[in-house]
Design a protein around this ligand. Structure first.
Ligand code: NAD
Length: 519
């Protein structure tokens, strides 16, 4: 395994021109069409979460490097926004094919830096690829509107136009999908793009940047910088940047929303979650248990749409022992090992935090039905593993219910009725996703109408909408007014110009000034 990893790092590093002068490869910046070594003195280590070995280093870009990146975006904007929409479409048609051809390579990079299983990493790429495929429909998506003859000889029509330099700030948990929600949609609309991937998983964005260059994106249309707070502040403050797409935690998201908005930028900010799965007694038991286990523990619970909370209504609480047995059967292992179901958490700090939240549940009166702390993974003793954990008898005032755990922990509540379940969910501050499991259409309809959550699954555990729709998390899970991808994504990355024109026949020329407001 170590040999495969080292070959992979070298292969990928070679593709990106990473430097081998130090013992671990360094991640380059992508500025003005070139992969360049940062001159910074501040570097962060990138770890393989299954072993905690250092597999690379990422720079905190200097102020000069960030300025060079945004200047490159600004210079490229004029010609890119004037490039015909058919030419931009062709680049993204080639891009989607390159991503398809390299899914396995991208997935290996994700597993190396992020830890999720290879199969799940391929899903991560695939869901991002779907957004790129959708971006290829830009010739329809960017159509404006027209209304002929609004008065005699007068027509009105609108253009949807790019807004300038846009920027994306991404989290660690979907190294392919979330950056692909950002720059492809922004760029296909004619904007140029400054991307800042998560400093913990930069490799996948670098590969995606290289592929976009190979697909024909001109120099400067995409620039990639690295870093943490200074890079984020730079993006929030630089006057050339007109819009920011952020995905990540609430603390960062609220901060970026405020600082970016204050500087006059559009900001869309997708943030944390606490997603509830409601289990009705009439649900298909086998289906429901499998869906719940997969959605709670897949990706080690590090998904913003993970079903991290179950509410068993009425008699369905009797299914708990089977839920526990099914969860116990999941195999915890390094993501690149055959048969692995649950990989490691991103860092030792994340593991410690998750274990503390489990302990807080115990101390506040929850019952541990399955305990994934102290799980041992042979050959990966230094990895950040926590096994599937189930806490029952959880109450809404407990810390393990109030906090987003972001680990393989399912907290279980009970309710006597659907109304009670809906009331619990509507009092929770988050509104990212939820699911109901039932065979009764009227129950499902009542739920979808009364629950105040932006994305709802009916017998679908992780209802992340396909890209022809938008990602519509709500309440505490979102700041902004225009969502990611779909029609709303195009709206976010464009501005509208409205033209009203009058072409009169010569004999109808206006003969005296009209000083009243035209009606
Ligand atoms: P994070 O907020 O720690 O990091 C996200 C980005 O913000 C990174 O690029 C990071 O460099 C930057 N950042 C981090 N802290 C910052 C700060 N204090 N000030 C300014 N910038 C900061 O998030 P993460 O741990 O990488 O990702 C996990 C979180 O993302 C979870 O809360 C999860 O629910 C959320 N998430 C939400 C969605 C969604 O669509 N709603 C999708 C995926 C992940």
């Amino acid at each position: 395994a170590a040999l495969i990893r080292s070959v992979l790092i070298k292969k990928v590093a070679h593709q990106l021109g990473r430097c081998y002068s130090s013992s671990v490869p360094t991640t380059k910046l992508f500025i003005d069409g070139k992969f360049v070594e940062s001159s910074t003195s501040e570097w962060l280590d990138i770890h393989n979460p299954a072993t905690n070995e250092v597999v690379g280093r990422v720079p905190k870009a200097t102020q000069e490097e960030m300025l060079a990146a945004v200047d490159s975006c600004s210079r490229a904007f004029h010609s890119w926004s004037e490039t015909s929409i058919l030419s931009r479409q062709q680049i993204f048609l080639r891009y989607q094919q390159l991503i398809k051809d390299n899914i396995k390579e991208l997935a290996k990079m994700i597993t190396l830096e992020q830890g999720k299983t290879l199969a799940d990493a391929e899903g991560d790429v695939f869901r991002g690829l779907q957004v790129v495929e959708h971006a290829c429909s830009i010739t329809s998506l960017m159509l404006g509107e027209t209304l002929p003859s609004i008065t005699k000889d007068m027509d009105t029509y609108t253009y949807r136009l790019p807004i300038g330099v846009c920027a994306g700030i991404a989290p660690f948990n979907f190294p392919a999908m979330i950056p692909l929600w950002m720059f492809p949609i922004g760029m296909v609309c004619g904007n140029t793009y400054l991307m800042k991937p998560s400093e913990r998983v930069p490799g996948c964005t670098m590969l995606l940047g290289k592929m976009l260059q190979d697909a024909g994106a001109p120099d400067g249309t995409l620039n990639i910088i690295h870093g943490q707070h200074a890079a984020v502040n730079f993006i929030c403050d630089h006057p050339a940047i007109k819009a920011i797409s952020f995905v990540g935690s609430n603390s960062a998201g609220e901060y970026i929303y405020e600082r970016g908005s204050k500087n006059g930028k559009r900001v869309q900010s997708n943030m944390g979650a606490k997603n509830h799965g409601v289990v009705m007694p009439d649900a298909n038991k086998e289906n429901t248990i499998n869906q719940l286990v997969g959605a709670a523990f897949g990706a080690a619970g590090q998904r913003c749409m993970a079903l991290s909370t179950a509410i068993f209504v009425g008699e369905s609480r009797n299914w708990l022992p089977e839920l526990v047995e099914r969860s116990r059967s999941l195999r915890v292992n390094a993501g690149d090992q055959p048969g692995a179901d649950v990989g490691p958490l991103i860092s030792p700090q994340a593991k410690e935090r998750v274990e503390c939240l489990i302990q807080s549940g115990v101390e506040e009166g929850a019952k541990v039905l399955l305990d994934g702390r102290n799980v041992k993974v042979k050959g990966y003793e230094n990895g950040n593993f926590v096994g599937p954990t189930i806490l029952s008898k959880v109450m809404p005032n407990m810390t393990c219910y109030k906090e987003e755990i972001f680990g393989p922990v399912l907290v279980v509540l009970e309710a006597d009725s659907l109304d009670e379940a809906i009331s619990i969910i509507n009092q929770n501050p988050y509104g990212n996703g939820t699911a109901i499991f039932t065979t009764n259409g009227a129950t499902a309809r009542k739920y979808t109408h009364e629950v105040d959550v932006g994305q709802i699954g009916v017998n679908v555990p992780i209802p992340v909408p396909l890209p022809m729709f938008s990602f519509t998390g709500s309440r505490g899970s979102f700041r902004g007014d225009t969502n990611f991808y779909g029609k709303q994504g195009i709206q976010f990355y464009t501005q509208i110009k409205t033209v009203t024109s009058q072409w009169k026949a010569e004999d109808a020329t206006v003969t005296s000034p009209a000083v009243t407001m035209p009606t």
